[in-house]
Design a binder for this molecule. Sequence first.
Ligand code: F1P
Length: 345
Amino acid sequence: MNGQYSYTEITTQTKAWAEALTVFEAVAPTLTSQWQTLNPTNVIFIGCGSTHYLSLTAAALFQQLTGAPAHACPASELLLYGEGVISDPGHTLLVAISRSGTTTETMAAISDFQKRGGTAVWTITCYPESPMAQMSDIVLPVVAAQEQSVAQTRSFTSMLLMAQALAAHIGGEDWSVLHKLPAYGKALIAKTESLVQQIAEREDITRFTFLGSGALFGIANEAMLKMTEMSLTIAQAFHFMEYRHGPMSMATEEVAIFGLLSSRTAVHEQQVLDEMAEKGATAVSLSVGSGDIVLPADLPAWATPILYLPSLQLLAYHRAIAKGLDPDNPRHLTAVVYLDPAVFS
Ligand code: F1P
């Protein structure tokens, strides 16, 4: 049957979340001492595709919680335009995020960073024995999140959980609240699958748009990529308030718009969804405490980004199945993009 791996990996992902937190607990003291020793002037998060979008969320949370300047960029941008991304490698912490730990661009970017004087590389990966892990000073591994499917699902959310814990820990927050997430995630998967499956199977909907701001912009982009990779359906992602500035020209009966609302800005974001529904779009809200998909209200905002994803992964999965596709093996894609490293040396 199509998509067996994807479905299993999506619906059981919260088991890997629990392992991620157990691993983090063990590494946390080292992170504290290393951070204090480094005292970096800025932090750069890198990845490719899914893990670039993960980096966007990780960087937003990291700066929000620690106050340290933090940014994200595709590994290829650091590799090819390094001087425009990092001006002081010797005082920069580079955090590389990679499911495989073998993606050529990410490894080449780390090497270039080190050649330019960078001395601090931390890696979040599912493969602690990978070449990328061996290039790093600290590794945050989530082995239980390794997956058979090409498209990242449980690997993404498990590595994101590591990044959330990292930001909270370095920022002095009590990250133990994250232990609530596996149960909340499991409940959300069970509660939301029928709604997203029904929308995924609607033939009158031909395009999907995901809106998110702040730390949720990276999540909106990952939802877009899942819909693209798994179901070969046109999908877009925008900052919430940006949608009116042009993209809304595409808001018609053919579009389903999933809004990832933040607690602090929900009033403005719900207004955008309401306006698009008036134009005929199917608007679906994911928000804390109320909405079409309801997230728990007893968590700090920095702990919730991971909870927006499982239902959106199921949306992409069911869209692929409805189209007779195999989400385990997306067209043209492989689990890792390998290039000739010599061209970057
Ligand atoms: C990143 C990557 C993504 C792609 C897909 C498969 O690999 O190749 O570019 O979107 O998710 O993974 P990795 O560096 O995270 O292993």
